[in-house]
Design a protein. Structure first.
Length: 391
């Protein structure tokens, strides 16, 4: 098999890269170890930055998004039994966030690629990458009971944090920055209309909670739990009780309960590898960096990466120039580290740390009081939350 760009991973990064390359007349093949059904049903992120939405619409992927997505012009920060609305739209000159689940983005991307005759190979096992440090990159894999080899000009490693591409880079090339937080999120999906029209971030003595949604009928809710927490210790009644306690507020607000149909616990971590490229292998999305979910940046960083990478490939195939390819890592990492900073700040400001002293906890409250009382501080949060300008 032969193509121009071999893409490992059919997540948002890999599929969007393939789509953007197609629009430039560049061929690609996407290899995915999971089934189509799995990737189209896997629940992940749900908040899209303004720039992400604009890119999806501009590239012809916005029809269903524009019909079904929920546009939010603000978020609420809740602490000390009071809510404080941050007006994202007003503070950023007309920008907003869009609630549209990652697996819905995946469905749109898969449909677009297949409709255009794009090649996605699902259930590809034993994937390995070769020759990317020389002039003959290839990807070996097994599909439909046969061993295959895909030859290409470049390899895009879009196969996530646990994928094969990053570990295939020789030892000593990458510098890795890693930070694990001492807690995770217990997330649920419930057949319950959202309790608010906008996301609510709650800081409380009992820990953090986030009130989000997927549709007007389905709530997506999270509570901070210790890393060693066992999902079996969290029956539905305990989850609802904890959500009520952490969101307690003086006033008429009411938490809407419903049937919980999915629950899971995920840890929080920050991770970056530098550089995001080696030879003819380029890393994008979670293969290169992880952010805690607090800042809603994971999916959006993946989109930003492949936007840069698609432009670099387009320049190369149009002119033979490699300047954008050579600068890919440096360009992406500027945004990645700003997103890491923001995600770390959101996480450390809103969560309860067992190791914190009474001083630390009072300082957190002062941070939140300053944030919600200062237009400059709220503007900084709003600019980061809706997405910084593209480089």
């Amino acid at each position: 098999m032969r193509t121009q760009i071999g893409i490992v991973g059919a997540g948002p990064a890999g599929l969007l890269l393939s789509h953007l390359l197609h629009l430039q007349g560049i061929e690609s093949v996407v290899l995915e170890r999971r089934s189509r059904k799995y990737i189209e049903e896997r629940v992940r992120a749900g908040v899209l930055e303004q720039g992400t939405v604009d890119l999806l619409i501009a590239s012809g992927l916005g029809a269903r998004l524009e019909r079904e997505a929920l546009i939010h012009h603000g978020i609420e920060i809740r602490f000390n039994r009071r809510g404080h609305r941050i007006d994202l739209y007003e503070l950023t000159g007309g920008k907003a966030i869009t609630v549209y689940a990652q697996h819905e983005v995946i469905k749109d991307l898969v449909a677009a690629r297949l409709a255009a005759g794009g090649k996605i190979i699902f259930d590809a096992s034993d994937v390995t990458v070769h020759g990317f440090d020389g002039g003959n990159p290839s990807i070996r894999f097994r599909a439909a009971g046969r061993d295959e080899e895909l030859h290409c000009d470049y390899i895009a490693g879009c196969d996530g944090f646990h994928g094969v591409c990053r570990p295939s880079i020789p030892p000593g090339v990458l510098t890795e920055y890693d930070h694990e937080y001492p807690f995770g999120w217990l997330g649920i999906l419930a057949y319950a209309p959202p309790s608010s029209n906008e996301l609510i971030y709650c800081h409380s003595e009992r820990g953090f909670a986030l009130f989000s949604m997927r549709t007007p009928e389905i709530s997506r809710l999270y509570i901070q739990v210790p890393n060693e927490a066992d999902i079996a210790d969290w029956p539905d009644a305990r989850i609802w009780s904890e959500l009520h306690a952490r969101a307690a507020i003086d006033g008429d607000w009411k938490l809407t309960e419903g049937e919980i149909f999915q629950k899971n616990i995920a840890g929080l971590r920050s991770y970056v590898c530098e550089p995001m490229q080696f030879g003819n292998l380029f890393l994008a999305g979670d293969a290169a960096h992880i952010v805690p979910a607090t800042g809603a940046k994971g999916l959006n960083l993946a989109v930003a990466d492949v936007r840069v990478l698609s432009q670099a490939f387009a320049e190369f195939y149009a002119s033979g120039k490699t300047s954008l390819l050579e600068n890919y890592s440096e360009t992406c990492l500027r945004r990645v580290w700003k997103a890491q900073r923001f995600s770390w700040w959101m996480t450390t400001t809103l969560h309860r740390f067992d190791a914190h002293s009474p001083f630390d906890r009072r300082r957190q409250l002062a941070d939140l009081d300053y944030l919600t009382g200062s237009r400059a501080a709220m503007t900084s949060l709003a600019e980061n939350y809706v997405g910084l300008e593209w480089d």
